[in-house]
Design a protein around this ligand. Structure first.
Ligand code: HEM
Ligand SMILES: *[C@@H]1O[C@H](CO)[C@@H](O)[C@H](O)[C@H]1NC(C)=O
Ligand SMILES: *[C@@H]1O[C@H](CO)[C@@H](O)[C@H](O)[C@H]1NC(C)=O
Ligand SMILES: *[C@@H]1O[C@H](CO)[C@@H](O)[C@H](O)[C@H]1NC(C)=O
Ligand SMILES: *[C@@H]1O[C@H](CO)[C@@H](O)[C@H](O)[C@H]1NC(C)=O
Ligand SMILES: *[C@@H]1O[C@H](CO)[C@@H](O)[C@H](O)[C@H]1NC(C)=O
Ligand SMILES: *[C@@H]1O[C@H](CO)[C@@H](O)[C@H](O)[C@H]1NC(C)=O
Length: 269
């Protein structure tokens, strides 16, 4: 059975959210390394939110409202349709009714996919933990300047696909993975960097990936401009327009899709 979570309704639905950055008491949200029994997974954003106590530090029993509140506080990310859909999909990676643990996000084929920026493919081995070798491509992108941007993010998407095709010729790269990887690029550019310009300081992005920490001590703060139905999909569309990377192969039967059901609908986000 196919489960389609259509984002095409995004074009019709507007939540009309506005406002400035929520006030965060950072003394209550200091970074703390996870303990041996805490659950962490393949997402540097969610792991960081847990390491700062916006999500439960144990990384377990996470519900949709808990995530929506955590990303609002930590990233000024409003509960837009794309975000709500991603979290709904997260629940499909667990047997629990209404909550998940961060490590469960690594269930391949739900949200987890091949050709990540900082994790290996499941066919190669560890698809959960940060891997510095895999991360080199993104890390060294946009040489000569101290920021990543739309051009470099678009290149990283292509480059990781090219590298990964060599080590894992069986990798999956359909419209679904295409959409998710574009969204993740939007996360590191727009939530860590500037949501309008898509320019993100390299050191901030590297701290998110390498330390799973929000770079508060280095001067980063959640975006003053709320992340909304307008600016986030617009940034993702710009990254999409800047890349020659394209999906290949059909979406497997039984898979879960972020792709609109209506064909010819344009940008799938
Ligand atoms: C809100 C709910 C979220 C869920 C359920 C989620 C889930 C995931 C999952 C499952 C992956 C693994 C994809 C893969 O590499 O195979 C991932 C990757 C990623 N996530 Fe999240 N994420 C969420 C929010 C965020 C946020 C707020 C950020 C903010 C920075 C973020 C940043 C990223 C990035 C940059 C990647 C790519 C990692 C890589 O390819 O190495 N995510 N996310
Ligand atoms: C994780 O922490 C949350 C919030 O503190 C708590 O409700 C939950 O029971 C904990 N889960 C486990 C498995 O310890
Ligand atoms: C909390 O998480 C633990 C570990 O994943 C799980 O065993 C337990 O059933 C969860 N509690 C609830 C109320 O879902
Ligand atoms: C990191 O990834 C590289 C390239 O796939 C691999 O050779 C290496 O064994 C990985 N390291 C760890 C610790 O998994
Ligand atoms: C991204 O940065 C590079 C290096 O400065 C620059 O050549 C490129 O034009 C920038 N891209 C955008 C969209 O500004
Ligand atoms: C790719 O898939 C084919 C057919 O299932 C299999 O024979 C082959 O071993 C796989 N190759 C790799 C590198 O996993
Ligand atoms: C993003 O960059 C624009 C143009 O440089 C600037 O006006 C704006 O204040 C920046 N926004 C944020 C949230 O940093």
């Amino acid at each position: 059975m196919k489960h389609f979570i259509s984002l095409i309704t995004l074009l019709a639905v507007s939540i009309g959210v506005s406002g400035s950055s929520p006030q965060v008491d950072w003394s209550k949200h200091q970074w703390q390394a996870p303990g041996p029994h805490d659950s962490r997974g393949p997402c540097p954003g969610m792991n960081s939110l847990a390491n700062h106590g916006f999500l439960p530090r144990n990384g377990s029993n996470i519900t949709i409202p808990i995530v929506l509140d955590a990303v609002l506080q930590g990233f000024n990310f409003q509960p837009i349709l794309l975000l709500r859909s991603v979290i709904k999909m997260a629940l499909l990676a667990t047997d629990n009714t209404d909550n998940f643990a961060l490590e469960e996000l690594a269930l391949h084929g739900v949200l987890e996919h091949d050709a990540s920026f900082s994790r290996n493919d499941i066919a190669i081995g560890d698809n959960i933990h940060f891997n510095e070798t895999v991360f080199q491509t993104l890390k060294n992108s946009n040489p000569g300047v101290d920021y990543y941007n739309i051009t470099s993010a678009a290149w990283v998407l292509e480059q990781r696909m090219a590298e990964d095709t060599i080590v894992n010729p069986n990798l999956t790269n359909t419209e679904k993975e295409f959409t998710i990887r574009l969204t993740e690029s939007g996360f590191y550019l727009g939530l860590i960097g500037n949501i309008t310009t898509g320019v993100a300081p390299k050191n901030y992005v590297q701290i998110l990936f390498e330390e799973e920490r929000l770079p508060i001590a280095e001067g980063w703060r959640p975006s003053d401009v709320p992340i909304t139905e307008d600016n986030f999909p617009a940034l993702v569309a710009k990254i999409k327009a800047a890349t020659n990377w394209a999906p290949s192969g059909p979406i497997p039967e039984g898979d879960i899709s972020l792709v609109p059901v209506v064909s010819g609908a344009g940008v799938p986000i």
